[in-house]
Design a protein around this ligand. Structure first.
Ligand code: FAD
Length: 387
């Protein structure tokens, strides 16, 4: 494909060509009230966390707002292949959450009640019922499990490409390998950005740079409380298909699913990783993952790991993202801090933020996720985060 020329003046610049920025741009173009939209990506389109994640998409959350939001996002993921005419490897095998402590079990059971009130088919399972779903599981140490058959796993890249192509078809300019190096602000208002190919004038700039968002927001004088955190993941040799759901344990942060190629794809939380943007791989991760996986499924001990890689989580203090306009400078919008779940939220959050930018509202969600919540001391932690 021929490289798009960099326009010198647009209505909206979206900084970051991950799934978040591209979803915002696509939905802005669909709103049709914003005509000149430019996405700037400093590298290739799947270079950030959006091209490196596990593709888990779930509606099992512990707050009503997140459950309802993710119900809508799941629907958008389901429709994506038809809407964008691209294969997405959407596999609706459900999510099986395991609880290994009484406190975690009580919290999961309470969240199931909430999810059922919202219309989800989630149910609480005794350990032997979890083993009926995944016979390789060792039931010892599991207090209870929860299962929503409608949760899913996808292959991430087609969503990034699909939004990019869909946005381009609607008139958005998507420029990869163009780095934003500054944000121009005058008299308390955004005026545009500086880039590796020169300036671009724009009254609205959206910061959707994932773990690099604090650096870009700082150029506009805005301090973000988020920070990058390396998260590692790996894929095994292909195995005969045996695993339907994605299995996740909030006690140790283990998660694994089986891809359509038969690979076990999984990771585990690692609080020992120092903050920073090093996205290298480590043997320490493999040891930690192997220990957690074998505790869950001892019979998987002989499985070989073929590939491992890492990406950056954009950790926010309460695990919830930071989305919406800032008070000053006018014209600056944020969409970052998605921790380990920004991929699944991107379709619906992109739609809501695009509506807000186009002046068509964005709902109470954007109040809940405003940056100013930290100053007001209103942070509301969500319990079901694989951090
Ligand atoms: C290993 C791993 C597993 C994960 N698993 C899941 C999962 O199962 N489900 C889920 O929902 N989420 C998961 N996540 C989280 C999810 O991937 C992210 O929350 C999401 O992809 C964030 O998307 P984004 O577009 O905001 O950021 P990114 O995809 O990181 O995109 C930001 C882009 O901004 C660009 N950029 C940065 N600075 C500049 C600049 N100055 N100028 C121009 N461009 C710039 C970067 O190059 C990058 O491409 C996982 C993350 C990792 C790392």
């Amino acid at each position: 494909m021929q490289r798009a020329a960099l326009p010198r003046a647009v209505d909206v610049v979206v900084v970051g060509g991950g799934i978040t920025g591209l979803s915002i741009a696509y939905h802005l173009a669909r709103e049709r009230r914003v005509t000149r939209v430019l996405v700037l990506e400093r590298s290739y389109l799947c270079s950030g966390a959006s091209g490196r994640n596990g593709g888990g998409v779930r509606a099992q959350w512990s707050t009503e707002a997140n459950v309802r939001l993710m119900q809508e996002s799941l629907g958008m993921f389901r429709q994506f292949a038809r809407e964008h005419r691209i294969h997405t490897w959407f596999r609706q095998g459900g999510y099986l959450f395991l609880a290994r402590s009484r406190g975690r079990a009580d919290a999961l059971a309470a969240s199931v009640e909430l999810q059922r009130r919202c219309g989800l088919a989630t149910r609480v399972l005794a350990p032997r019922e979890a083993v009926a779903l995944v016979p390789q599981l060792d039931p010892s140490g599991i207090v209870l499990a929860t299962f929503n058959p409608d949760d899913a796993v996808v292959f991430p890249w087609p969503f990034v490409w699909g939004y990019a192509e869909g946005a381009r078809a609607l008139g958005v300019t998507v420029c990869d390998f163009v780095k934003v190096t500054g944000v121009d602000v005058q008299a308390g208002e955004v005026r545009g950005v500086q880039t590796s190919l020169g300036p671009v004038a724009a009254p609205i700039v959206v910061v959707a740079c994932g773990a690099h968002s604090p650096e870009v927001a700082a150029w506009a004088g805005v301090a973000l409380p988020t920070h990058p955190h390396r998260h590692e993941i790996c894929a095994s040799e292909p195995l005969v298909p045996f695993l339907q759901p994605l299995v996740a344990c909030l006690d140790d942060g283990l998660y694994f699913s089986q891809s359509t190629r038969g690979e076990l794809v999984g990771g585990v939380s690692n609080p020992d990783v120092p903050p920073g943007d090093d996205a290298g791989s480590s043997v320490a991760f493999l040891r930690r993952y192997a220990a957690a996986l074998l505790r869950a499924c001892p019979s998987l001990g002989g499985v070989k790991i073929l590939r491992q890689w890492a990406g950056l989580y954009d950790l926010s203090p309460d695990g919830a993202p930071i989305v919406g306009p800032v008070a000053r400078p006018r014209g600056l919008y944020l969409c970052s801090g998605f921790t380990g779940h920004g991929f699944m939220m991107a379709p619906v959050v992109g739609r809501l933020l695009a509506a807000a930018i186009a002046g068509a509202g964005g709902g109470s969600l954007l109040d809940r996720w405003a940056l100013s919540r930290f100053e007001r001391g209103e942070a509301a932690p969500e319990g079901m985060i694989i951090g």
